[in-house]
Structure formats: C-alpha cells, structure tokens
Design a protein around this ligand. Structure first.
Ligand SMILES: Cc1cc2nc3c(=O)[nH]c(=O)nc-3n(C[C@H](O)[C@H](O)[C@H](O)COP(=O)(O)OP(=O)(O)OC[C@H]3O[C@@H](n4cnc5c(N)ncnc54)[C@H](O)[C@@H]3O)c2cc1C
Length: 421
C-alpha cells in the first residue's frame, strides 16, 4: 500500500525532502507524538517525519496521570494536552476509604492531535499514515514498500514488545464510557474501588467522571497471565453501574480495553546494556520499557523522554544525531535503576501475596502519607519512603517476601523454569 501524507500545506520541499528531515519518528502513538510536539515547539527550525502504520495518528485513547508525575518545568507546557482535570480523587478498600488531594488529569487522542496540528500545518511535521516501517536503523528507515528515508537520527516508538530478559505480570482492563440520562452522582475520580469481588488477582474498578452525565468505568485486574475475557468483564461493568453507582438509564458511547505490562524483574545485563548505542535506533515509550513498573502507565515517561531528546538537540545542534543516540542509551539505563524498587514491590504483589489477598498490599499502601503516595507515582521515593513501605506488619507471608527479594535470584529462577518447560 502507498503511504498517505497528511496536510502538506506550507511544506517547503527544498528544505524538507521525504528523504531528509532532521528526525524520523516511527510510530505516531503517545510517545512518538509527544516527542515530535516537544521538539518542534522548542526548535523552530527543526523538521520531523512521523511514520504511522495505521490510518490515523494518535490512535483512540485516553491517558491519565497525576499532575505531579510530570516534571515541574513541563507542567505548563503539557496543559493543551489535558482534556479533564480534577483537584482530588478517592480510593476505596474493604477497610479503608480515603480522599487524596492530588491533582489528576486526562488527555486523549484528540487533544494530542491538536497539540501537533500547528506543526503539521506549518509543514515542519510531515505525517505518513498507512505506512509501515519494515526496518528501523539509527539513521534510516526502510518502509514496507521498499522506500528508504534517512535523517540525523531515528526514534523508534512502535509500542510494547515482549522480551525474554524482562519478567512480567499484567494489568488488564475493559472500560466503558457511558452517557447517563440523569446525573450519575460521581463528583471526582475513584482511582481504585477495590471493594468489589477479588477475582484471579488484585481487582478494582476505576471511575472517571468527565461530566455530570458522562463517566468512564474501567474494571481492572492485576494477574499473572495476559488473557483478557472481555465479555465477562463487560457483564461485570454493567453490574457495577447498576449496583454500585445506582444508574439504570444510560448508553455506552465508547469502549476500550488494554493489557499492560507490569515489570517484576529485568535482567541486569539487559537493563544496563549500552553496547547498541551506535547500532540501534533511539527507543521511546513502551518500546524502550519507559512505563511505570507498577501501573504500566507511560505518559509521564513519554514526556520525560521527549524532553531529553529536545535538550540534546539544543546542546548539540545542528548535528545532534549521535548525541541523542548516546544520551538516550544512558537514559534507558537510568530508568532501569530508578525502577528497581518498584519491581521489588511488584514481586511482593505478584509472587508473595496470594492472588485474592493482593488488595491488602494496596489497602495498606493507601494508609501512608499523601506526599509518599505522590512520590511513588512519580517514582521519586526517598530512602525513608522505601523503608516506610517495607517495614511494619507485612500484608504478605515473610518467607515468600524473602524468597522474592533478590531480583537477580528471581530472574535466574524464572529463566531456568522457562528453559525446563
Ligand atoms: C486502553 C489503554 C489505556 C491506557 N491508559 C493509560 C493511561 O491512562 N495513562 C498512561 O500513562 N498510560 C496508559 N496506557 C499505557 C500507555 O501509556 C499507552 O499504551 C501508550 O499509548 C503507549 O505509548 P507508545 O507511544 O509507547 O505506544 P503507542 O501509543 O501504542 O504507539 C505505537 C504506534 O506505533 C505504530 N506502529 C507500530 N508498528 C509500526 C510500524 N512497523 N511502522 C509504523 N508504525 C508502527 C502503532 O500503530 C501505534 O500508533 C494505556 C494503554 C492502553 C492500551
């Protein structure tokens, strides 16, 4: 199939040929477009080509995050992406109900597209849809139709890829956006309602009230396997709407589902490997493992990586390619180290706690201070935060906790088991 090029208005073909934009981004999802948006906003001369396999850029998604998850100096910049914002949210467990004064935001595919549209209109962002990359190298991309494009650097943002060096659990969910005839009565997000029956793992329902009569209800499961029986979950969402929200008259306006990776352990030799710095393209988003290990959410990391690429362009222009490749190779290693504690918590949740008792880990966690909870989601826990999380009466058996403590031993066991089976 021939690639489609969106809106070339203003494209100056003498400066921006198909084969020579400054930067090529493969994948026009969250991380690809965030990076294009940030770099084009800051660098007024930059030109970028985005290659997207599907018919449209930005997909059909909503992306939520705590405002404090975003680097402070980028919080104003991200504002046009935000479609809804709330000043607080609730969590509910069998033995704990709590309101947290943490600002919560949601952006979506429409707001993301709007953020990059001025750059498409100016001709500095060239978007090729229906266009699949077959081979992605640090400085060039070969499309499925055989065409080769080159640039100062290539960024790979093609989405999640499983890897034998990364041991996973899963967060899987189905969400329905409903429009109710009467106000649904939910005034702020419920990030976790874990008072529901626990099935197969940690289960909670997530509610985002977009308006008085529009709300997203998502039924979520933290489980060992990736299989999602979405029809069964559809039925449970209906039950929740009727029994917990007391809503009878409504229509479903949108459905979404997802199976997100939750990282239990990463082989150190893989996590710290920078040998591919000159031979592989820069990785962004889920492709590069840039997501919060416990939630599988990637928006804050997408913003962070976008900013690293942008800074490297600033410090090394005009020939910034090698510097972006170098810096991002080390950015990935930093991310590996920064997530070490989160991976430990995941091993406690998935391998030390019984599936139906996993909610107790979160129930206890949400009894800790608001500042600590905020730092947990930003992945900026202090040493004393970490101690605070680990000490006290453990909600998991001590013997199992100790068995899963060492990441290296865990990886060794998991790999041996895989070899045997
Ligand atoms: C339903 C759902 C809800 C989520 N909600 C949240 C949330 O609320 N908050 C949050 O932070 N995270 C959320 N996530 C997790 C994560 O943020 C998203 O998956 C996010 O979209 C990942 O961004 P990405 O850029 O890595 O990949 P994607 O957004 O998936 O983008 C990858 C793009 O690459 C394209 N592509 C793939 N192969 C090729 C190829 N060969 N050539 C060209 N193009 C290619 C794909 O078509 C796609 O457009 C959610 C995920 C899902 C599935």
């Amino acid at each position: 199939m021939d690639c489609k090029q969106i809106r070339q208005i203003g494209l100056n073909r003498t400066n921006v040929s198909e084969k020579a934009a400054d930067m090529i981004i493969v994948g026009a999802g969250l991380s690809g477009l965030m990076t294009a948006w940030r770099c084009l906003d800051i660098h007024s001369e930059l030109t970028v080509i985005v290659i997207e396999a599907s018919e449209t850029i930005g997909g059909d998604h909503t992306w939520s995050f705590n405002k404090s998850d975003i680097l402070e100096h980028l919080q104003d910049w991200i504002t046009p992406f935000i479609a809804h914002q709330w000043s607080s949210y609730d969590v509910k467990f069998p033995k704990r109900k709590r309101k947290l004064e943490i600002s919560y935001c949601t952006g979506n595919s429409d707001t993301l597209r709007r953020c990059v549209q001025p750059h498409i209109d100016s001709g500095r962002l060239i978007v090729k849809t229906d266009c699949r990359a077959a081979d992605v190298q640090p400085y060039d991309v070969t499309l499925e139709n055989g065409q080769k494009l080159s640039a100062k650097c290539v960024l790979d943002a093609r989405g999640f890829k499983a890897n034998a060096d990364v041991i996973l659990g899963y967060q899987k969910f189905v969400g329905h956006v409903i429009r109710t005839k009467k106000p649904h009565g939910v005034h702020r997000p419920i990030i976790m309602d874990a008072t529901v029956e626990q099935l197969g793992g940690y289960r909670f329902v997530y509610c985002l009230p977009y308006s008085e009569t529009e709300i997203l209800i998502e039924d979520t499961y933290y489980t060992d396997g990736a299989e999602l029986k979405s029809q069964e979950v559809d039925a449970r969402i209906k039950d929740y709407i009727r029994d917990n929200l007391g809503v009878k008259d409504y229509e479903v306006s949108r459905r979404e589902k997802g199976v997100l990776p939750i990282t239990l352990a990463v082989d150190e030799s893989f996590g710290t490997d920078v040998s591919h710095e000159k031979t592989a393209p820069v990785q962004l988003g889920m492709t590069g493992g840039y997501y919060h290990a416990v939630t599988g959410y990637s928006l804050p990391e997408a913003v962070k990586s976008a900013n690293v690429v942008c800074d490297m362009i600033e410090k090394n222009k005009p020939e910034f390619g090698a510097a972006v490749l170098h810096e991002m190779a080390y950015h990935r290693v930093d991310h590996y180290h920064e997530e070490k504690f989160l991976r430990l918590l995941n091993r406690m949740l998935f391998r030390a706690a019984k599936p139906t008792e996993r909610y107790k880990v979160l129930q206890r966690f949400y009894g800790l201070s608001e500042g600590l909870i905020e730092r947990f989601y930003r992945n900026r826990l202090t040493k004393s935060d970490k101690l605070r999380i680990l000490i006290g009466k453990p909600p998991v058996p001590v013997s199992k906790a100790l068995k899963n403590f060492s990441e290296r031993a865990f990886i060794g066991r998991e790999k041996t088991q895989k070899d045997v089976t």
